[in-house]
Write a protein that binds this ligand. Structure first.
Ligand SMILES: Nc1ncnc2c1ncn2[C@@H]1O[C@H](COP(=O)(O)OP(=O)(O)O)[C@@H](O)[C@H]1O
Ligand SMILES: Cc1ncc(C[n+]2csc(CCOP(=O)(O)OP(=O)(O)O)c2C)c(N)n1
Ligand SMILES: [Mg+2]
Length: 307
């Protein structure tokens, strides 16, 4: 089957509403899109390479879900609502069963998130999936990394450490655990970004580990510091069962969580489903506060591609 029939069969869908603002989707030289009036466009791109970003033997359905999820996560972290995406697929060979499952996983999440595939590219080579996603947000609702202020509460929507524990479980063959399933097909919060928009101070999605991603927020916000209450970090049963040091390392530097970390005015109730884990301080280091009140520097690194 050639490239054109593949696109027709697995990536071009007829019938549906066609997506907001889509004047011309896949099929011409490029897509033709109408930006929503009164909003700004938000664009992101993440590449997922087999063996580096996801396991070589990740099932095709999960691969489709995951590669879109990591991009949606960046749109949500900006307060945007998803609109359109482009898919660049590099495949070692044509396996129709794989493609059918991949596109099923991809579109199942795309439909839930309300994002439309408007074009892409297919080439031959080692398996990798690059997705460029575009969303829209009103100027007064944008969430940025540079909006943290001393005194704000630091909060998360989700369980930091789940992705890191899931990768460990996956590698150990425990592929049915809750965390392994979250790692394989990250369970995004599809509404939190919108609920934070226009209200949170700063926001970022946790992909490289809580401390590293918090570091980006603090640096962008002018070199602020933070205190994290280690006992306040939310856990599920699988994280709770680990010994304390192992658990904390995963919570702070595991990565692959794809949940939002944000700052919030201290005098306002937190949005439903989110948990306070500390607060932003004036310029200084990030410190960990243990339940007995002792504080220590947080010096656990996160995920780095080139170190
Ligand atoms: N090759 C590149 N050219 C231009 N900008 C880039 C490139 N790679 C990353 N960026 C930009 O750097 C910022 C951080 O990117 P990244 O570390 O991938 O963050 P994220 O976790 O949000 O995907 C983003 O604004 C991204 O667009
Ligand atoms: C097979 C495999 N090994 C290791 C990891 C861990 N890992 C790889 S990339 C990454 C960080 C996120 O990737 P990156 O390209 O930095 O995405 P971004 O931060 O740009 O969203 C993590 C935690 C993984 N997801 N899969
Ligand atoms: Mg990126």
């Amino acid at each position: 089957m050639d490239e054109f029939s593949l696109i027709e069969r697995y990536f071009r869908r007829s019938g549906g509403p066609g997506g907001e603002g889509v004047l011309l989707g896949p099929g011409d030289d490029a897509a033709l899109l109408a930006p929503p009036a009164g909003e700004q466009l938000v664009m992101t791109l993440d590449t997922s390479i087999a063996g580096r970003h996801f396991p070589e033997d990740l099932p095709a359905f999960e691969t489709g879900h995951r590669c879109l999820a990591v991009n949606l996560s960046d749109l949500y972290a900006m307060g945007a609502r998803p609109l359109w995406f482009l898919l660049s697929l590099t495949l070692p060979r044509v396996e129709e069963a794989w493609l059918a499952e991949f596109s099923r996983g991809l579109f199942a999440l795309a439909d839930r998130a309300g994002i439309e595939l408007v074009g892409g590219d297919i080439t031959r080579g080692p398996l990798s999936v690059a997705i460029q996603a575009t969303g829209a947000v009103r100027a007064d609702r944008v969430l940025r990394r540079d909006g943290a202020l001393p005194g704000q509460v630091l909060a998360v929507g989700g369980v930091p450490g789940l992705g890191g524990l899931g990768l460990r479980h996956w590698q150990a063959g425990r592929r049915d655990s809750f965390s392994a399933r979250h790692f394989a097909a990250p369970d995004l919060d599809l509404t939190l970004g919108q609920r934070l928009a226009g209200r949170a101070g700063a926001c970022i999605d946790i992909s490289d580990g809580l401390l590293q991603d918090l570091g980006h927020v603090l640096k962008a916000s002018g070199g602020l510091g933070a205190v994290i209450d280690t006992a306040a970090l939310p856990v599920n049963e699988e994280l709770a069962a680990l010994d304390a040091d192992d658990r904390l390392a995963l919570q702070l530097s595991g990565g692959d969580d794809y949940r939002l970390l944000f700052t919030w005015p201290a005098d306002e109730p937190l949005p439903e489903g989110t948990v306070a884990i500390g607060r932003i301080t004036g310029p200084g280091p990030v410190r960990l506060r243990d339940p007995d009140g002792t504080e220590r520097p947080a010096d656990i690194p996160g995920w780095r591609h080139f170190s």
